[in-house]
Design a protein around this ligand. Structure first.
Ligand SMILES: [Cu+2]
Length: 297
């Protein structure tokens, strides 16, 4: 009976683990945004996000092992040492070896958790030299972006349902509550420093696929960095409760090839409408390339 229960608990733990561990082969459809029925993290596209996923998976294994161990101990106590099975209880009140073990083992477990945690913190706060600086300012309820070295700035508002529907009619499938009118555009494989602040109340600039999450505090400039290694559009949402439309000020970052970024930047300086054309042309080209590749296969 006891063995069966332990085996069942082990099976349940393995199933949970398989569902929750970040799956690197998850379909591209959900890249940069949440998937239906998703349990784990979004696919990581920066070194920091990968480290966060690995740390999460390590914690998950440790947590599940502890849950199984404690459950097994409880079951043993309930079955072998209840008053019927064990009418004369032991009067042991002290056992040096057990006391040493239950002090040392948790210390070792905490060290196994602490070391990668410190390594991750250090990586997040060690800024490689910037290839590009972007400043994000939170407002109730939208974001404003500046490229201070390039004299470019724009506001970014969420697209409403009518805009999403119109885009769908034009053949573009945009995620509801995440898509915005003006995305942040950055080149692939470049270190981007993001200076984050707010103009009214505290907001939070977040992109899960980048492992980026930092408070936007009025009167103070915080800094984070990312190096996106994959072309695509990555979405996040304001993650600090900031008022009635908190859920409607998403963040969208479009990672493009460097030449596309350069032509977008120069178009932004001359005529922002042209900049959108640059991006949709790049999208069309990559879609055609993907289709060509698919036919070759
Ligand atoms: Cu908010």
């Amino acid at each position: 009976m006891l063995r069966k229960l332990i085996r069942l608990a082990g099976f349940a733990a393995i199933v949970t683990m398989q569902c929750t561990v970040a799956d690197p082969s998850r379909a591209l459809a959900g890249e940069g945004q949440p998937d239906n029925w998703q349990l784990g993290f979004q696919n990581a596209v920066t070194p920091i996000a990968r480290q966060i996923n690995d740390f999460h998976n390590l914690l998950l294994v440790i947590t599940i092992a502890i849950v199984i161990f404690v459950t097994a101990l409880l079951l043993i106590v309930m079955i072998r040492f209840n008053s019927k099975a064990n009418p004369t209880p032991s009067r042991t009140s002290h056992h040096t070896i057990i006391e040493v073990v239950w002090t040392v083992v948790p210390i070792l477990i905490l060290l196994v958790i602490a070391l990668p945690s410190w390594r991750l913190l250090k990586a997040q706060y060690t800024f490689p030299p910037a290839d590009l600086v972007v400043k994000a300012t939170g407002y109730q309820w939208h974001w404003e972006y500046e490229y201070p070295d390039n004299n470019v700035s724009f506001e970014s508002y969420m697209l409403d349902d009518a805009d999403i529907e119109q885009a769908r009619k034009q053949g573009r499938d945009l995620p509801r509550l995440l898509a915005v009118d003006n995305q942040v555009v950055v080149p692939v494989n470049k270190v981007v420093h993001v200076l984050v602040t707010a103009n009214d109340v505290i907001h939070n600039w977040t992109i899960p696929a980048f492992g980026s999450k930092i408070d936007a505090v009025p009167g103070r400039i915080s800094r984070t960095w990312f190096k996106a290694e994959k072309i695509g559009t990555y979405y996040g949402q304001c993650s600090e409760l900031c008022g009635i439309r908190h859920a409607f000020m998403p963040i969208a970052v479009k990672v493009v090839a460097e030449p596309v970024y350069k032509s977008w930047l120069s178009a932004m300086r001359e005529n922002p409408k042209k900049a959108k054309e640059v991006l949709s042309r790049a999208d069309l080209e990559s879609q055609m390339r993907a289709e060509r590749l698919a036919t070759l296969k």
